[in-house]
Design a protein around this ligand. Structure first.
Ligand code: NAD
Length: 389
C-alpha cells in the first residue's frame, strides 16, 4: 500500500495516497484560501470522516463555515442556499468534500457566487463559458469520498433544473479544483451499493470516452488503463470495503474517467441523465443498467476498438466476450439488469418514454455516441433496457 502514494499535476495538482487528508491545512494555504466554506452532503456530514476532517481545521486554527444542504443529484435551490452562506460568511474559497454531489455543488458555489448571470447561462454549450466573469471565481480544493464521478479533476459540474426536470452540465475551465486530496481511506465507509454504482460510473466514463469518435489518443490511453483498473479492483473493493489497495486503484480509475471524457461521452449518459432527473436514481447505477444495451446498440461502430481494448484488459472472446465480461461484472456487483429492477414499481407509458428519448437526444453527451442517437435509437435502447433484451 505504501507505494500507492504520489503527486500528479495532471489535469490539476493531485495529492494521492492514504492518510493525506491531514495535509488539508497546508493545501488550503497553497490554494490561497484563508476562510473556506466546507461543502458536503447531509449523509456524510453525520459521519466521523467529516468530524475528523473539521478537527484538522480546528487544530490548525482555520476559521471555516459548513454547508451540507446538498441533495444527491443536487438542485438549483441547494446552490442558491450555498451561495448565500458563502457570501454572508465572507468566505474566500471552497472545500468541496464528498461524492459527485458534494463536489459539484461545492465547485458551483465557488464559481457562481461572483457571477451576475443565472447559472443556466453557463451550460456546457459551445463557448457559453466565456460569458462568465473568470476573475470572480473562488479557488476550490476538492476531496472525493466516492470513487466514480471524477468531478475532483473535472471542469464541469452537474445540477438539476427543477423547473424543467433536467440535469444540466455547467462548464468552465476554472471549475477545475486548484488542488485535490485523493485519499482512498475516505472511501472505505462507502456502502456496497454506492461502491458498485460509483465504480460503474468510472467504468462508464472510461468506456464511453474510449468509444467516442474523434482523434484523442491521450484520452484513449487513459481510458483503457482506467477500464483495466476497474475490472481488476471494483469486485475487490465491493467484496471487502477495507481493501485499501483496491480502493486506491478505484480512486485512480475515477479520476482517469473524468480526464478521459473530455473526448466525449455517449448514449449511456444521454439516457441516464433524464432517468436520473425524473426518477432521482443514483447516477452511476443508472449508467450501469444502460451499459450493455448501449454497447450492443453501438456494436457496428465499435467492434474493432472493443477487440483491441479486450486484448489489453485480458478479456477473451472478442466483442461478445467483452459483453459477457460486463454482464458478469454487473452481476457480481448486484447491479439491476433492467430499469424496472432499478426503479421499483416502474410503469412507463409511451408519453414518458417519448419524453425521455427527447431529453436524451438533446443531452450534451449525445453527440459523443459512435452511432447517431436519433429519437428512434433512444427509444429502442430504452425499450431494451426496460425489457432486458
Ligand atoms: P453522491 O455524491 O450523490 O453520494 C451518494 C451517497 O453516498 C450520499 O448519500 C453520500 O452521503 C454517500 N457517501 C458518499 N461518500 C461516502 C463515504 N465515503 N462513506 C459513506 N457514504 C458516502 O454520489 P456520486 O455517485 O459520487 O455522485 C453523483 C453525482 O455526481 C450526481 O449528481 C451526478 O450527476 C454527478 N456527476 C458529476 C460528474 C462531473 O463530471 N462533475 C460526473 C458524473 C456524475
Amino acid at each position: 500500500m505504501t507505494t500507492l502514494v504520489s503527486k500528479w499535476n495532471y489535469p490539476t495538482t493531485v495529492r494521492f495516497g492514504a492518510g493525506r487528508i491531514k495535509e488539508l491545512p497546508e493545501v488550503l494555504e497553497a490554494a490561497g484560501i484563508k476562510k473556506p466554506l466546507f461543502v458536503t452532503d447531509p449523509g456524510l456530514a453525520k459521519l466521523p470522516t467529516v468530524a475528523n476532517t473539521l478537527k484538522l481545521l480546528d487544530d490548525a486554527g482555520i476559521a471555516y463555515g459548513v454547508f451540507s444542504d446538498v441533495k444527491p443529484n443536487p438542485v438549483e435551490a441547494n446552490l442558491i442556499a450555498g451561495i448565500e452562506v458563502f457570501k454572508t460568511g465572507g468566505h474566500d474559497g471552497v472545500i468541496a468534500f464528498g461524492g459527485g454531489s458534494g463536489l459539484d455543488l461545492g465547485k458551483l458555489i465557488a464559481f457562481q457566487a461572483g457571477q451576475t448571470r443565472p447559472v443556466w447561462d453557463f451550460e456546457d454549450v459551445g463557448d457559453w463559458w466565456t460569458r462568465a466573469n473568470s476573475d470572480a471565481i473562488a479557488p476550490i480544493v476538492a476531496v472525493p469520498t466516492t470513487a466514480g464521478t471524477g468531478s475532483e479533476v473535472g471542469r464541469a459540474a452537474v445540477v438539476t433544473n427543477e423547473e424543467t426536470h433536467t440535469k444540466k452540465v455547467i462548464f468552465h475551465p476554472k471549475l477545475l479544483p486548484a488542488i485535490v486530496i485523493a485519499d482512498p481511506e475516505l472511501t472505505v465507509g462507502m456502502p456496497a451499493f454506492i461502491t458498485a454504482g460509483t465504480g460503474m460510473d468510472a467504468l462508464a466514463h472510461c468506456l464511453e470516452a474510449y468509444c467516442a469518435p474523434g482523434y484523442h489518443p491521450m484520452a484513449d490511453g487513459i481510458a483503457v488503463e482506467g477500464i483495466r483498473l476497474v475490472f481488476e479492483n471494483l469486485p475487490k473493493a465491493f467484496a471487502d470495503g477495507n481493501d485499501l489497495t483496491a480502493r486506491a486503484h478505484m480512486m485512480s480509475a475515477a479520476a482517469m474517467g473524468a480526464a478521459a471524457f473530455q473526448k466525449g461521452l455517449g448514449a449511456i449518459h444521454s439516457l441516464s441523465h433524464p432517468v436520473g432527473a425524473l426518477y432521482d436514481t443514483h447516477h452511476g447505477m443508472t449508467n450501469a443498467v444502460f451499459m450493455p444495451y448501449v454497447l450492443a446498440f453501438n456494436r457496428g461502430a465499435i467492434e474493432e476498438r472493443i477487440i483491441r481494448l479486450s486484448a489489453y484488459v485480458g478479456i477473451e472472446g472478442g466483442f461478445d466476450g467483452f459483453g459477457k465480461a460486463i454482464l458478469k461484472l454487473r452481476n457480481d456487483l448486484n447491479v439491476p439488469h433492467t430499469l424496472p429492477e432499478l426503479i421499483k414499481g416502474l410503469d412507463m407509458d409511451d408519453e414518458r418514454k417519448s419524453l425521455i428519448a427527447d431529453m436524451a437526444i438533446v443531452d450534451p453527451t449525445a453527440g459523443g455516441n459512435p452511432v447517431e442517437l436519433t429519437k428512434t435509437a433512444a427509444l429502442k435502447i430504452l425499450q431494451n433496457t426496460i425489457d432486458g433484451t
